[in-house]
Design a binder for this molecule. Structure first.
Ligand SMILES: [Zn+2]
Length: 324
């Protein structure tokens, strides 16, 4: 409550905005290990109410236009974005945002929508935390690496280390490393787990079309959700141009907004920036944790603030970003 009141007296700082990045919002109680990043719906509703009371929720296009035209957006402007094209963006988020009449952006990895595929990072959480193995091993760069998976802490550490060891790699190496994980579980087990955690599934194209028809800004999150910078130039082009082509084929026009998969420094480069500009994108969103300082903001590297499960945490971060 302290923070809630603190937001009521935030100063009007010109040329400042924040872009929030959410992933999952779920309509059931959170499994704190597997769904560690997801926000439960009652927390999401509380967040939206607080944003409505103390901030100005604007669309991404409005913020981009203000930056391009060197105007200040309204004071305490916040943009709401969702990455990864999860089915809950259609089944949960869309209704909540419509009820609040708030604009928002959804960034979809086109090939996962096309194939109904899962992200390997989500499979990683499922297999490590809820799979049957109590020990797994990898051979990375000719070194055997073993993980004990008996306690929640060991499993959490294993998820973290495997994710970091696979995230920013050239695609053939990542695929090889991940295959070692999948090989230690049966397909049956993986499919049972995926069915149990259906909220990690992607939207269908029909659902993406519903969002567009409802006025949601739908942008590209790459083709197959891989970090761009470590890849060969041909693969980078394939990921960016292929995503645009597939989106055009399946839903017609999409917005000129792009969100980098994984979004950290290691997933972008001057080459990716230049390519996105040449392909007509107006902005590219990162996960560098910062506010937007509109007067000297590179639109091809718009920072965002990640929203985890806790409303208090993101309110604190917003409060920090709008007082100095
Ligand atoms: Zn993503």
């Amino acid at each position: 409550m302290e923070l809630t009141r603190a937001h009521n007296s935030l100063p009007d700082i010109a040329h400042r905005a924040a872009i929030l990045c959410l992933h999952g919002v779920i309509a059931h109680s959170r499994d704190p290990e597997v769904e560690s990043e997801a926000m439960e719906i009652h927390h999401f509703r509380r967040l939206l109410k607080l944003l409505r009371r103390s901030f100005n929720v604007i669309g991404l296009a409005e913020l981009v236009a203000a930056i391009r035209e060197r105007r200040s957006p309204p004071p305490r402007s916040v943009v709401i974005t969702f990455d990864d094209g999860y089915v809950t963006h259609h089944s949960v988020v869309a209704g909540e945002m419509a009820a609040m009449r708030m604009p928002w952006s959804a960034f979809v990895p086109a090939m996962l929508i096309e194939t109904g595929g899962r992200q390997w990072t989500d499979d990683l959480y499922l297999l490590i935390h809820r799979g049957s193995q109590r020990q797994i091993g990898f051979c990375w760069d000719n070194l055997m690496v073993r993980f004990d998976l008996h306690t929640p802490q060991q499993r959490q550490d294993a998820v973290f280390r495997i994710r970091e060891a696979c995230r920013y790699l050239p695609e053939p190496v990542r695929v090889r490393r991940l295959q070692e994980l999948y090989d230690q579980y049966s397909l049956d087990e993986l499919q049972t787990l995926r069915a149990r955690y259906a909220d990690f599934g992607p939207m269908t194209w029909a659902q993406v079309k519903d969002l567009i028809a409802a006025g949601v800004d739908v942008g590209s999150h790459g083709l197959s959700h891989i970090a761009l910078a470590p890849q060969d130039p041909d693969l980078v082009l394939h990921e960016v141009a292929g995503a645009r082509e597939l989106l055009m084929q399946r839903v017609g026009a999409h917005s000129p907004h792009f969100s980098y998969p994984y979004g950290r420094e290691a997933s972008m480069s001057p080459v990716t920036e230049q390519l996105l500009l040449e392909m007509g994108y107006h902005c590219a969103l990162t996960l560098e944790q910062n506010a937007v300082y509109c007067q000297n903001q590179n639109l091809m590297r718009l920072p965002r603030l990640i929203v985890g499960p806790s409303v208090g945490r993101i309110l604190f971060v917003l409060w920090q970003r709008f007082i100095r």
